[in-house]
Write a new protein. Sequence first.
Length: 228
Amino acid sequence: MKYLVIGLGNLGRAIAESLTQIGNEVIGVDVNPHKIEAVKHTISGAICLDTTDKEALNTLPLNEMDAIFVTFGKDFGTSIQTVAFLKNLDVNKIIVRGISPIHEAVIRSIGVTEIITPEDDFAGMYASQSLLGELFKQWYKVTETHHLYKIKAPATFVGQTLKTINLEENFGIRLAGIERAKVERNLIGIKQKQYSVISSITGDITIEEDDLLILFGEMEVLHKLAEI
């Protein structure tokens, strides 16, 4: 797939390089030549260009892109103007970094529906990790109130069936999946722990020590899980 990443600060560079590493074609754009120089060997292409200049912006292969990321983290005006020009040029898909609630309101008003908020996401992940400690594995925000959590099965769950634990009744949280460990030997004979998803979740499944539980619910539920 093809992506355009506008703004090559820390977030933009990380997105561009990560997309490139998994086989995508990525063009990075920034007005700062030093940032262009820093990524020109790690992504498909890097262009020094002022995206608040509509004519210059229109020289880019915008309609060939599967998505365009606008990742400015501080410059409110540059972000708004760039997004407005992109919408006017009728590009396929725009994903924008939210800078503030006002900024998000403005870009939503001009038709942007996909907004990323890395600072908020980090805060949510850190809060989850602080609450759960060693149980915490992964966090993903689904909505403002509900999230997905991957946690190590609490010791008190081990040896009990899902029917006995009854997560929804006792904790107000839904079990979306279980990853179960299996020790296998790799190509050079070393034993390694590999996880696979249990495809069918039934009440008679007994939780094992190294199980990872994928849970869906509100963050407040973590207080209950952290205390058991």
